[in-house]
Design a protein around this ligand. Structure first.
Ligand code: ZN
Length: 446
């Protein structure tokens, strides 16, 4: 298991698999803590991992997809490759669903939602911005993200916002951004469509399909995958969906079955965890959780004003009207760190941690539920032509998991026009994104 110490840059396929096996057990970058703790191992691994073909990259992402399946999440894996050298920069996998620690149960399921945004490709983009400067990494345009499955809207938006080249093994109908399989990308605004056509490739698979998409740009674009590797990427993903369904029993109670977390004492660990994650938690309560007021608009405007480079802020309001989480964009950290992503990540991870804690497991199930039952309130509508808007629409789909509660009243509302472009252009983008279902954003009526 000491593969990192090897001096040769000519790594056999067996050796690549060997060190993946060693590192795969420890590398998860779902949390900031895990991320920082893996920096050293990744740097030494990168010295050893040189890939030369689509097949060798496919073997790497398949191993990561299998790791995700073994952990009970969706079986998708990815890797960042330096185009010039074929060097592995970083690899990872989907950690949306995680096993609960301490033998806890999510009402009889052993797994629980950790973070709906934690697809492998989105995490690779976030990892890049957290480490690019310290590691002296090349620009995204000189790198390729190879993924075992066609990226969803969230991940495609993240990859386009960053400017990575992308190499894909398996198609994903209906959730992949190339769900038409012909690289026309009908969900994307025109400029991003052109960018994807120049930077996303779907590798040839021996005896199955010819290469489609960008014919230059992504690493290994003129090489092919073997059918077994490509088939396994699809099979692992399909298997994982059944595993997730079997182990994850509890998305969350319906509001009528819940207890209002605003009635808990301020010393309750649930309230304290929410306030620690987002200092604005419980500072505001709406009389009607579907009717955002002017006080909430002021709070969101202040958040934007106090955060460098931010143009938007988002609040999550629970079905009782409690403000549970509010964040501004954090473009000072990463061009994909939108306010909406920050809110979804913070709330989901806090709920996961409380569910995994024996002292809060029972109470959190009664007081915090899936955000599909609440309201997301944005200060502004989103730009109709931005990759981050595609990403946020994708995140909405992942967060709502198919359908919102009470769809007749919008659970995505905004006060103001977009930072650039018009409200009408934003609504055109919403309507054209067929890979995102159920999004129905509307302007706050004050
Ligand atoms: Zn994705």
């Amino acid at each position: 298991m000491g593969e990192q110490s090897g001096g040769s840059h000519l790594v056999s396929r067996r050796a690549v698999l060997g060190f993946l096996g060693a590192a795969g057990a420890t590398v998860t970058f779902g949390s900031l803590v895990a991320c920082s703790s893996t920096d050293n191992s990744n740097r030494s691994r990168a010295d050893n991992g040189i890939l030369t073909t689509a097949e060798s990259a496919g073997v790497v992402v398949l191993a990561q997809a299998r790791q995700a399946l073994a952990e009970g999440s969706f079986g998708v894996g990815g890797v960042i490759i330096d185009n010039a050298s074929g060097r592995i920069i970083h690899e990872g996998h989907n950690t949306v669903i995680q096993s609960l620690p301490n033998g806890q149960s999510g009402l009889s399921g052993t797994s629980f939602l950790f973070d709906p945004t934690n697809h492998g490709e989105r995490q690779l983009v976030s990892w890049y911005y957290e480490n690019a400067s310290a590691l002296g990494l090349p620009k995204p345009s000189e790198l390729t993200v190879v993924t075992s499955l066609d990226p969803c809207a969230q991940c495609a938006g993240s990859l386009l916002a960053a400017g990575f080249n992308v190499g894909v093994v398996a198609f994903d109908d209906p959730s992949g951004i190339n769900y038409t399989f012909d690289c026309t990308y009908p969900d994307l605004p025109p400029d991003l469509r052109a960018q994807a056509q120049k930077s996303f490739t779907y590798y040839a698979i021996d005896g199955v399909r010819a290469q489609v998409g960008a014919s230059s740009g992504p690493a290994f674009v003129s090489t092919s995958l073997t059918k077994p590797t490509a088939d396994d990427c699809t099979t692992v993903f399909d298997e994982s969906r059944a595993v997730v369904a079997a182990n994850r029993k509890f998305p969350g109670l319906e509001p009528i079955e819940m207890i209002d977390p605003g009635t808990l004492p301020t010393t309750s660990p649930i309230r304290q965890a929410l306030v620690e994650a987002s200092p604005h938690a419980f500072t505001l309560r709406l009389a009607d959780f579907r009717r955002p007021d002017s006080a909430l608009q002021t709070l969101l405007s202040d958040l934007v004003a106090r955060t460098p480079q931010a143009t938007n802020a988002v609040a999550y309001i629970d079905p009782f009207g409690n403000l549970l989480s509010a964040f501004a964009d954090r473009f000072d950290i990463s061009p994909i760190a939108t306010a909406f992503m920050n809110v979804v990540q913070s709330y989901s991870r806090t709920r996961f941690n409380l569910t995994g804690n024996p002292s809060t497991n029972a109470e959190v199930a009664k007081t915090l539920t899936t955000p599909k039952y609440g309201t997301f309130v944005f200060l502004r509508a989103l730009a109709g032509d931005a990759a981050t808007s595609v990403k946020d629409l994708g995140i909405y789909d992942l967060t709502i998991e198919g359908k919102a509660f009470m769809p007749e009243t919008a659970n995505w509302q905004y006060y103001l026009d977009p930072p650039t472009g018009t409200e009408a252009q934003f609504l055109v983008l919403v309507a054209q994104m067929k890979s995102v279902t159920g999004a129905n954003p509307s302007r706050v009526a004050i």
